[in-house]
Design a binder for this molecule. Structure first.
Ligand SMILES: N[C@@H](CCOP(=O)(O)O)C(=O)O
Length: 400
């Protein structure tokens, strides 16, 4: 096996560990408040605003940013009622420049790669990671090569990736096959890997919970709920939360829940059986394209942070439950891709099962934009055009 810079000799994934000397949380909170008025500097980014906890030593000229992050945190009574909690917030990572939470990590991975002198970036993807990478690589004046499974991914995401100018390599097999290939061959091909096996992706994705805590004046809800596919989001959430607590930014840790889609839920299966080794799902199958992953690369890190350190919980939900929750999120005016609706469906289940108390509060992280998986948008509109007249319109309105 050819070496990969992010894989340890033991086969596990490397991660960034810092000694955290000289962090003064009160001073940093003040600095970050001041940065909220930045406009066209790197600190206008909702990721690089928190540079001191993300990648303090990276020189600014290497940073490729599209002012990512800065996403809304919306209270919604409809979804609170639906899930059964007292208060519910939706953190819309879908509002990122390429339409998904991947941007929080990708700006850091691409900036790190540039600092090493790379000009060719790569990833394997079900579509969001590739769109994000293609966008940042183009922005940095570099090229990207993306490996995409030939089936069960979203054509709208593939088109978005192509639009940013990536070289597309469609292959037979699943996301997991593509990851196996790029673990082995990206480095000899001179391509800098930007999948979440790259620990700088995880560092960037921590900013999601940093920004959420900042928006809530450093008091998080009782629960934070994320979808689980490759498990980089869960890992970053766990690592980020523990750092916030350890460094004195928050006084109380929230509980965390990771929700998988039933057809691609090896992590949930492992946790619910009390096991500590993951049995991959050979044919992952869910309508939520971003969750179509049978062998999540970050499962060990997620197990360590979410289950080991934070005593978090997991659940799995059916495609029907995902689509029902998505319908509600869409009609609240926020909208999301199917994978993002899994946390809302999962929270409902956790309240029903008595794991989450109805008096508790929760935030669900929406990972991708409503326009990401357009093939599965289940809405219809007027079947055939009419000749416009007041009578014809009144006739249609009275039917509705
Ligand atoms: N849903 C993802 C797959 C995860 O890839 P990662 O390397 O970004 O964790 C995608 O959009 O491709």
């Amino acid at each position: 096996m050819v070496g990969n810079p992010f894989i340890c000799k033991c086969g596990g994934l490397l991660e960034v560990v810092r000694p955290w000397k000289g962090i003064d949380s009160e001073k940093l909170k003040q600095l970050w408040d001041n940065r909220l008025s930045e406009r066209m500097t790197v600190y206008a980014s909702g990721v690089w605003r928190y540079k001191e906890l993300i990648y303090p030593e990276l020189p600014e000229p290497y940073i490729t940013t599209k002012y990512e992050g800065n996403t809304g945190l919306y209270p919604t009574e409809t979804i609170a009622r639906y899930t059964g909690v007292r208060q519910l917030l939706l953190k819309a990572q879908s509002e990122n420049p390429s339409g998904s939470f991947k941007d929080n990590g990708m700006t850091v991975a691409v900036s790190h790669g540039r600092s090493l002198g790379y000009e060719r970036f790569t990833c394997t993807s079900t579509g969001n990671t590739s769109s994000s990478l293609a966008m940042y690589a183009a922005l940095a004046g570099c090229t990207s090569v993306v490996y995409l499974p030939g089936n069960h991914i979203s054509a709208s995401k593939v088109r978005q990736t192509a639009a940013y100018g990536a070289e597309l390599i469609l292959f037979n097999g699943t996301y997991d096959d593509g990851i196996r290939f790029s673990r082995q061959y990206s480095e000899p091909l001179g391509q800098y890997v930007c999948n979440s096996m790259n620990p700088f992706r995880i560092e960037g994705q921590k900013s999601i919970v940093y920004e959420m805590a900042h928006q809530l004046r450093w008091e998080l809800p009782d629960w934070i709920v994320v979808p689980g596919g490759a498990l980089s989001n869960a890992t970053a959430l766990g690592k980020g939360l523990l750092e916030l607590k350890q460094l004195g930014f928050i006084q109380k840790l929230p509980r965390v829940a990771v929700i998988q889609a039933e057809g691609a839920s090896p992590f949930h299966r492992m946790v619910s059986l009390g096991d500590t080794s993951l049995i991959p799902e050979p044919q992952p199958m869910t309508i939520a394209s971003a969750l179509n992953i049978g062998n999540p690369p970050s499962w060990r890190k997620a197990l360590h942070y979410i289950i080991g350190q934070l005593q978090g919980v997991t659940a799995s939900v059916t495609d029907e439950e995902i689509m029902e929750a998505k319908g509600l999120i869409d009609r609240c005016g926020i909208g999301c891709e199917p994978a993002s609706a899994a946390p809302v469906a999962g929270l409902k289940q956790l309240v029903r099962d008595g794991v989450v108390h109805p008096e508790e509060t929760a935030a669900c992280i929406l990972t991708g934009h409503l326009l990401k998986d357009t093939e599965v948008i289940p809405y219809s509109y007027s079947p055939s055009p009419i000749d416009l007249s007041l009578e014809a319109v009144n006739g249609l309105l009275s039917r509705g």
